[in-house]
Design a protein around this ligand. Structure first.
Ligand code: ADP
Ligand code: ASP
Ligand code: MG
Length: 428
């Protein structure tokens, strides 16, 4: 995802000091008490001899509130102002965390993204980090500062405007700092004590994994497991950042949480490593499209141009030169997709009879590196869903995952059934 390498990234442990990155998510900084508890953990790591880069999220619920205010003020908002508003939650927690550390006699100061600077692209609301020059923070470390508290989720564009990295982006801030500073590790503190075989909030038999391979975590994240932002996993994999997910509510210990690591370092051998879901999907079908060479390009070009993130695609057998084309996208992009298709029809680029939107679907996926060498996973998955009476609407597969689109009301049931079928409650 980086156009160039993260410029300035240091080889790990090449630095004269040991830098540790600790990221605290929204629930871990939800109020002053929790900020104080997080600060105590930071102080322990400082006492252990680390220079710490603390990356903070906004207090839980804050970013949602800010996003809501933007929508109420301006439905077709200016994305640059959206970023100016929604990035602000992190500024508050960064300042409070630095103050709390100072109260504990730990030399610390806060940094907003632009001050570091965290240089990003200008893709507002989903910007990518391009470079984090370590010089400013390193100079402070050299002067005796022990902790740099960085506001997560935000950066600055080439034009000097504030940007944000997409929802959940503080994870990516944390991993990018770990890469740029050659950190010994990046610890992601959250409200669960690690990565589970599926979301523990919807399946009580979900089991915490001690380790998970980067490739599997990448698939789980991109298929909806929001415990880590997808880009953070991509970055960790690319820059070989040791990445750990752990709870900020439990006792500190060296083997706490889940280590996201190289495939060869994972001991478990379950064919399926985990189940992920994405709740708010939509299935769109263009009925009776004139089938001709170039039709897919004529449909998906305008959709992409309109910023619609098309996921699954199915084209039906054509009859009399006409066919149905089905695709899925996030439910909040349905309007944009409809507008793009109507404009393409009006412009004479495509012709179809109807566009049917099913906004009540969810995507459920099973992920595992073991699928590369193990046949029959798809059949087992479909049988399990059929036993529960769950109808499959669309299927896609890749080397290490199988995804299905189903009615949203069966989503939890499907996740639980698949978790059972693949025996994920016990390690293999
Ligand atoms: P934070 O605010 O700390 O960034 P998030 O809410 O973004 O936390 O991510 C943590 C949440 O991810 C958990 O509370 C859990 O509900 C959800 N989650 C989804 N899938 C998984 C999984 N496989 N393992 C652990 N947590 C998961
Ligand atoms: N506060 C931002 C969000 O809620 C970023 C983050 O917490 O990772 O999306
Ligand atoms: Mg998160």
């Amino acid at each position: 995802w980086l156009r160039g390498p993260l410029r300035g990234a240091q080889p790990r442990q090449a630095l004269p000091m040991s830098v540790l990155v600790m990221k605290f998510g929204g629930t871990s900084v939800a109020n002053l008490d929790r900020i104080a508890r997080a600060a105590k953990r930071v102080a322990v790591e400082v006492a252990n001899g680390h220079h710490v880069i603390v990356v903070v999220s906004a207090m839980s619920g804050k970013t949602n509130e800010l996003v809501g205010w933007v929508g109420e003020t301006s439905p077709l908002y200016d994305a640059r102002e959206y970023d100016a508003v929604v990035s602000s939650g992190e500024n508050v927690t960064a300042g409070l965390m630095a103050m709390r550390l100072q109260e504990m006699d730990v030399p610390a100061r806060s940094w907003q993204g632009w001050q570091v600077p965290v240089k990003t692209t200008d893709a507002h609301a989903s910007a990518r980090i391009e470079e984090i020059p370590p010089a400013n923070i390193m100079a402070k470390f050299d002067e005796g500062m022990k902790v740099a508290v960085v506001a997560g989720f935000q950066g600055v564009s080439p034009e000097g405007r504030i940007t944000t990295l997409g929802r959940g982006g503080s994870d990516t801030t944390a991993v990018a700092f770990a890469a740029a500073f050659g950190a010994v590790r990046c610890d992601i503190y959250t409200d669960v004590d690690g990565v589970y075989t599926t979301d523990p909030r919807i399946c009580d038999r979900a089991r915490k994994l001690d380790r998970i391979a980067f490739e599997e975590m990448l698939e789980l994240a991109s298929l909806g497991a929001k415990v880590l932002q997808t880009r953070s996993v991509e970055l960790a994999m690319r820059f070989k950042v040791p990445l750990r997910v752990l709870s900020s509510f439990e006792e500190m210990s060296d083997d706490a949480g889940t280590l996201v690591c190289a495939e060869e370092d994972v001991m478990e051998s379950n064919v399926v490593a985990g189940v992920a879901y994405s709740r708010d999907e939509a299935k769109m079908t263009l009925i009776s499209v004139a089938d001709r060479p170039g039709i897919a390009a004529a449909i998906f070009g305008p959709l992409s141009g309109a910023g619609v993130n098309v996921d699954m695609i199915v084209q039906n057998i054509s009859e009399d030169g006409r066919t149905d084309m089905t695709f899925s996208c996030p439910v909040d992009q349905v309007l944009r997709a409809q507008t793009a298709m109507e404009e393409a029809q009006a412009g004479g680029d495509i012709s179809y009879h109807d566009l049917v939107a099913d906004t009540g679907v969810a995507k459920v996926s099973v992920v595992g590196i073991g699928m590369r060498s193990h046949a029959g996973v798809a059949a087992q998955m479909f049988a399990a869903l059929s036993d529960e009476g769950v109808n499959i609407k669309v299927i896609t597969t890749s080397e290490i995952k199988i995804s299905v689109l189903i009615d949203r009301k069966y989503m939890e049931l499907a996740v639980q059934a698949l978790h059972d079928t693949f025996g994920l409650d016990t390690a293999a």
